[in-house]
Design a protein around this ligand. Structure first.
Ligand SMILES: [Mg+2]
Length: 271
């Protein structure tokens, strides 16, 4: 069995500034005679995932990892049901985690501003950073503030090219990232790491792209993400053959779903 786990925005979905060769349908046609499980792994919440399903005609996945790993849903009779076990697991493993303490410690220094309430949850603390602000200074401030109150967290930075390149910062408990949520699913499905293929494009995909799965970076992934992923693989001693970076060819441009097709072909999962 193969678990195909993919990020949505600008990986499966062509919602970025790069050319789209309309490959979503081709991808699911190519997979239609295969045995596989599908997981969406996204920053979106459930209702935004459902919006994307309507807009792009993508299927209901077997699993949904939403809100950057802080929520998991699984499919029951074509509906996505919240996985309470995952929420309990995070709570048990993060007894120190307290949203208010963290946001108080970070404050609003260095141009960082809170994202909208609906983009926050108990475990996901999200900020915007204007594109002209110094990302390194802002991130250093966040790390220092967390250290000061004794919180260990993953601080993820990505940017949204549709929103005027505004920077997105997610602060997540170490227990609840895209990568740990995927591990939770993988272990329950009794799959080996090699039976998971992860497809992504941006900063918050770096952890699952370097977790020992087979990994696909779509061509439209920013160059710094490509570099960071390669560097991290090397640092972790993961063979570089585990990563495929789509480059496009005569038939397909390698962006978004087209890059996923290219990668799945490379790994011999589709022909
Ligand atoms: Mg993305």
């Amino acid at each position: 069995m193969i678990l195909i786990a993919t990020d949505l925005d600008r990986t499966l979905l062509p919602d970025g500034p790069y050319p789209d060769d309309k490959s979503i349908d081709n991808l699911f046609v190519a997979l239609s005679n295969k045995q596989y499980m599908l997981a969406y792994v996204t920053g979106r919440n459930l209702s935004l995932v459902q919006d994307a399903q309507k807009k792009y005609g993508i299927p209901t996945p077997d699993y949904l990892i939403a809100e950057v790993g802080t929520k998991i849903f699984h499919k029951e009779e074509n509906t996505l049901v919240p996985d309470i076990l995952w929420t309990n697991y995070i709570r048990t493993h993060e007894p120190q985690w307290n949203r208010n303490d963290i946001t108080d410690a970070i404050g609003t220094a260095h141009d960082i501003t809170m994202q909208e309430d609906w983009k926050q949850n108990e475990f996901k603390i999200s900020y915007y950073l204007p594109k002209n602000s110094d990302k390194n200074i802002a991130l250093r401030h966040i790390h220092k503030s967390l250290e000061h109150i004794g919180i260990k967290a993953d601080v993820l930075y990505s940017f949204d090219p549709l929103k005027n390149n505004v920077g997105l910062i997610d602060i997540l408990p170490k227990t609840a990232t895209k990568a740990t949520a995927l591990e939770f699913i993988r272990e329950r499905a009794h799959l080996a790491k090699d039976e998971v293929v992860y497809c992504g494009d941006s900063g918050n995909d770096i952890l699952p792209l370097t977790n020992g799965y087979r990994a696909i970076l779509v061509k439209n992934a920013p160059e710094n993400v490509q570099k960071d992923v390669s560097k991290r693989l090397e640092k972790l001693g993961i063979p570089k053959e585990k990563l495929y970076i789509a480059h496009g060819d005569y038939w397909q441009n390698g962006n978004y779903a087209s890059g996923i097709i290219e990668g799945l072909r490379h790994f011999g999962i589709i022909s």
